[in-house]
Design a binder for this molecule. Structure first.
Ligand SMILES: Cc1cc2nc3c(=O)[nH]c(=O)nc-3n(C[C@H](O)[C@H](O)[C@H](O)COP(=O)(O)O)c2cc1C
Length: 353
């Protein structure tokens, strides 16, 4: 087994183990992916990555973090995604969409304007999550049960649109301090009803959403979830790796095929906790203790390191973000360095003989 061994999830076979990690580009208008997204995602497909995953894509306007994020809550957005999906397929790569709701981390200005709270007068919106809280300086309100039920429907509608747009797989973003993570971590979730309190109650929204999506998408389409394996917070109410293992078991029983084990989202992670491959042990623990396939993410930046993670069985996929920004051809360059075979686009073959 190595970095260039194919892998199959349900009816989807990836030609190698290299994944373009989701990265927000803050470059959309009205949630519609445009030329930037086509080139950003398309060049990593040209560069050889086996699976491209879109940046977090909102299931409703209230699910955005900023007004420059992408969405898939209407037909215009769906059709724009289809152009990108078709291009990635022409490159013999596969593409998944990361479905997302920011919950309490919404209504923010563009990063170039410091991601400060966006007021209602400036086009911002009322943000809601599990409990009344404050994140990034934005006050949020508690969702009612009726609103929670609507959220599940929005995820299912978005998943249906993603299938219609031709995506090969769907990843639910349940990490990084966004809606699902806000629910499952007691750091934020202070609800008193069936969506708060115990572990079972806090994971309920995610599990119920997964069940509904699984029913709505084809049996042969894999379903992926990204979680924050830990909160990186040293308090008794923080989410732990043990919690993540327990959650992953339940997700697997409910038809999830693959977990990417990321971390954090409520606070800045202290520098001493971030080093090459720092989150690989999370992917390994979840894989070994539950049997579900996992992806390792976080400071995986070179071919040998990536190959070792796969060859040593520490994870099934390597999910690479910033190195892909520096080098869209990470997969092609890795194959050359490791002296392993990869197909380059025929248009570029004269440069690789
Ligand atoms: C510009 C940028 C945008 C990101 N946006 C997303 C996102 O939309 N969804 C997500 O799950 N993670 C997002 N992340 C996190 C990355 O996917 C990844 O988990 C993180 O950067 C660590 O991996 P790396 O060390 O390979 O960059 C983003 C990271 C960066 C640098």
């Amino acid at each position: 087994m190595d970095l260039f061994s194919p892998i199959t999830f349900r009816n989807l076979t990836l030609k190698n183990r290299i994944v373009l990690s989701p990265m927000q580009q803050y470059s959309a208008q009205n949630g519609i992916p445009g030329n930037w997204h086509l080139v950003h995602l398309g060049s990593r497909a040209v560069g050889g990555a086996g699976l491209i995953i879109t940046e977090c894509t909102a299931v409703s306007p209230e699910g955005l973090a900023t007004l420059s994020d992408v969405g898939i809550w209407n037909e215009e957005q769906k059709n724009a995604w289809k152009t990108i999906v078709d291009f990635v397929h022409e490159q013999d790569s596969k593409i998944g969409i990361q479905l997302w709701h920011a919950g309490g981390k919404g209504s923010l200005k563009h990063p170039n304007e410091g991601m400060k709270p966006l007021s209602l007068e400036e086009g911002g919106w009322v943000v809601k999550t599990c409990s009344a809280t404050e994140l990034n300086g934005v006050l949020s309100q508690e969702l009612t049960i009726a609103e929670i039920d609507e959220l599940k429907i929005k995820f299912v509608d978005a998943a249906r649109r993603a299938v219609e747009a031709g995506f090969d797989t769907i990843e639910i973003h349940a990490g990084h301090g966004y809606l699902f993570h806000q629910f499952y971590s007691s750091v934020i979730n202070k609800r008193q009803d069936e969506y708060g309190g115990t572990f079972e109650n806090r994971i309920r929204l995610l599990v119920e959403t997964i069940r509904e999506i699984r029913k709505a998408i084809p049996e042969g389409m894999p379903l992926l979830v990204r979680i924050s394996a830990v909160d990186y917070i040293d308090t008794a109410d923080a989410w732990t790796l043990e919690d993540s293992v327990a959650l992953s078991k339940i997700l697997k029983e409910n038809g999830v095929d693959f977990i990417t084990a990321s971390g954090g989202g409520f606070t800045n992670v202290s520098r001493d906790k971030v080093f090459p491959g720092y989150q690989v042990p999370f992917a390994t623990a979840i894989k070994v203790q539950t049997g579900i396939a996992t992806g390792a993410v976080g400071m995986i930046t070179d071919a040998k390191q990536a190959n070792e993670i796969i060859a040593d069985g520490k994870a099934d996929l390597v999910v690479i973000a910033r190195e892909h920004l520096r080098d869209p051809y990470f997969a092609i360059h890795s194959a050359k360095e490791l002296e392993m075979g990869i197909e380059v686009p025929w248009q570029y073959k004269r440069a690789f003989n």
